[in-house]
Design a protein around this ligand. Structure first.
Ligand SMILES: *Cc1c(COP(=O)(O)O)cnc(C)c1O
Length: 372
């Protein structure tokens, strides 16, 4: 059996450090926010090359508060992509605004900047690119349009811990960003978690107030806030795991490079990493016209896989009210039919990558793997 990811193996490797961190929180009884969460906020802000990080309870909450702090509310429109996890659009809806989709680039699957201008209306307040699969969206043209049209840029960095665009870390590029620490993310908590990251001290102050019931002083509620605080235990665990993140990212990149080599010449399209990006391979998604056949072969060999994502958001039942139809975003629709995520995790062995690659090669219909 080859799992899609192996969180148990990761815990086994970290057990003494993690157990110690959790027990420290239990002893201190600082169960919500507290010193471990504050320390994690400083360390994660530094990691992102940003001034501030504000720890919250989920990545979705991080995006929701980023939008609210940026002044987005009822009647506003936010431009984003339909080829992403549902949380991207949900956060916009939570803020009372309307997601307006633009199609994606056919090569990287991130927002196609050439589509943005046509989607801007008098109600547009922000652009929310998604750094999908761990690769930064094409931020330079997005920032240029935002500057010219006076729009905010909110990064959905939920899959992009440590990813870079032209030397800048994701989360420090736009006005404000949301990260997720869902257990399966490149930096994952042992439960739910998220963070808002920004260089703007005023936005950071607003997010801090909003995540804790809108209060700056106890029982004085300046804003209508939320209970979006991070648990102390998650903060302590994330501090331990953050120290290993660079090594894990390098391990993911090594696995991706091995897949790239072993799948060369196979009848599948390998993921493309732009040379100016640092891709952190949260997902290693190939594209294929024979997905069902490859899925069947992987299952027969006990190999888990994922499909991120099979239905673009504009075709989801939940978002029917937005009024989109099939054919509106052909690149996203084609991607949804063709993508297949292969197992990738830092603890994965070369032999496992070789096994998966061999099954993909044969089931995709192609020759023998390259010989050394
Ligand atoms: C995981 C994810 C989120 C939401 O994060 P949660 O922590 O699960 O709430 C948002 N956007 C994208 C692109 C994600 O992958």
């Amino acid at each position: 059996m080859i799992p899609y990811a192996d969180l148990q193996a990761q815990y086994r490797g970290l057990k003494p450090e993690i157990d110690d961190a959790v027990l420290r929180v239990l002893d201190s009884a600082q169960f919500i926010l507290g010193p471990e969460v504050s320390a994690f906020e400083r360390e994660f802000a530094d990691y992102c090359g940003a001034a501030e990080a504000i720890a919250v309870n989920t990545g979705t909450s991080a995006l929701h508060l980023s939008l609210l702090a940026a002044g987005i509310g009822a009647g506003d429109e936010v431009i984003t992509v339909p080829f992403t996890f549902v949380a991207t659009a949900a956060a916009i809806v939570y803020a009372g605004a309307r997601p307006v989709f633009v199609d994606i680039d056919p090569v990287t699957f991130t927002m196609d900047p050439a589509r943005i201008e046509a989607a801007i209306s008098g109600r547009t307040k922000a652009i929310m690119p998604v750094h999908l699969y761990g690769q930064a969206a094409d931020m330079e043209p997005i920032l240029e349009i935002a500057r010219r049209r006076n729009l905010r840029v909110i990064e959905d960095a939920a899959q992009a811990h440590g990813a870079e665009y032209r030397g800048r870390r994701c989360g420090s590029i736009g006005d404000i960003a949301g990260f997720s620490f869902y257990p399966g993310k490149n930096l994952g908590a042992y439960g739910e978690g998220g963070a808002v990251v920004t260089n703007d001290r005023d936005l950071a102050r607003t997010v801090r107030v909003l995540r804790n019931w809108g209060e700056e002083k106890r029982y004085e509620h300046r804003l209508k806030g939320y209970n979006y605080r991070m648990d102390g235990i998650q903060g302590a665990i994330l501090r331990v795991k953050l120290r290993h993140l660079e090594a894990w990212t390098q391990a993911r990149q090594t696995r991706a490079a091995l897949y790239d080599r072993l799948l060369e010449g196979a009848d599948v399209t390998r993921p493309l990493s732009r040379p100016w990006n640092r891709h952190v391979y949260h997902v290693y998604a190939i594209r294929t016209t024979g997905r069902a056949r490859i899925q069947e072969a992987l299952t027969a060999h006990g190999i888990q896989y994922g499909v991120h994502y099979p239905i673009p958001l504009h075709l989801q039942e939940a978002h029917r009210d937005l009024g989109y139809a099939a054919g509106d975003f052909p690149v996203a629709e084609a991607a949804a039919r063709a993508v297949l995520s292969l197992p990738i995790f830092p603890e994965m062995t070369d032999a496992q990558v070789e096994t998966v690659s061999a099954v993909v090669r044969t089931s995709a219909g192609c020759g023998q793997p390259p010989t050394e």
